[in-house]
Write a protein of this length. Structure first.
Length: 281
């Protein structure tokens, strides 16, 4: 409420039931602003663009970034691939209307926490994957590519979640806060079916599936005590990016004794975010 220069509840799809986004401009710097686009976490099941998680990306305004917070279709509202089409459409909308809002269309960084980290990572890995674009959502002549990705403890390989969480729990003694691979699990709700029964969809929603040689810069941060998403998800993604795109394209930090987006996690993750974003100023 203390941010003066802002645009709220902007529909970004050419659909009657389009989701909306908010744009918060910085107090300093000159237009066009580099832009940080935020996708909240909540197991694809709950959350909102103005939830408390927004406090973290809003800090980027101190570096002269415009911050955009996006609402996307939750699993209680519609099945895959709607949420991915929303994600891609939000970037195309911002690029198509960059001049109107004072944004730099060549400096767009996606950031997400947990499930939002999956969506942000997909923007970085799945450039040109036709089935994920949803061009009918609008601004089909514009790119949904981003120039950087910040992934805070996001799932990256849906089909591996169950086994990796089990192995992690046995190894560390950490009790998982969520179960995977059953009809009520978060990934099953996204697809309206067990992920194992729709492997092609589960793979398509997994950022690790689409890693290629021409990647934007990635910052990946995960906690060793994450009881929701096993750290191996981030480790595997970082390793594959390094193999296919090069060491200079990925920065991985596994934070000792940090949980799933808890106080210890953000104590270290915020400075890492700031250091990463400075390269886009």
């Amino acid at each position: 409420s203390d941010i003066q220069a802002k645009y709220l509840d902007i529909p970004y799809c050419d659909l009657p039931d389009s989701k909306t986004l908010d744009i918060y401009l910085p107090d300093q710097g000159e237009k066009p602003f580099p832009t940080l686009v935020f996708f909240f976490g909540g197991g694809f099941l709950f959350g909102d663009k103005r939830g408390t998680q927004l406090e973290i990306p809003l800090l980027a305004r101190e570096l002269g970034f415009a911050v955009v917070s996006v609402n996307y279709t939750l699993s209680s509202e519609g099945e895959y691939p709607r949420l991915v089409h929303d994600t891609k459409a939000s970037i195309r909308y911002l690029r198509a209307n960059a001049e109107q809002y004072g944004l730099n269309p060549e400096k767009i960084v996606a950031i997400g926490i947990s499930a939002g980290g999956t969506l942000a990572s997909l923007l970085g890995t799945s450039s040109g994957v036709e089935e994920l674009e949803g061009l009918s959502y609008g601004n089909a002549d514009y790119s949904s590519d981003v120039q950087g990705v910040i992934d805070f403890c996001g799932p990256t390989n849906i089909l591996a979640m169950k086994d990796q969480m089990g192995e992690y729990a046995l190894k560390t003694g950490v009790s998982p806060s969520l179960s995977y691979g059953n009809p009520d699990s978060i990934e099953s709700l996204v697809f309206g079916a067990l992920a194992s029964d729709v492997p092609e969809k589960a793979q398509a929603l997994s950022p690790i599936t689409h890693v290629h040689s021409d990647m934007p810069q990635f910052l990946i941060v995960h906690g060793t005590h994450d009881d929701t998403v096993p750290p191996q998800q981030s480790i595997d993604l970082a390793q594959l990016i390094e193999e296919k795109a090069g060491k200079d394209k990925v920065e991985l930090h596994i934070l000792d004794k940090a949980g799933h987006g808890d106080e210890v996690f953000f104590e270290h993750a915020v400075p890492l975010m700031f250091n990463f974003l400075r390269r886009y100023n």
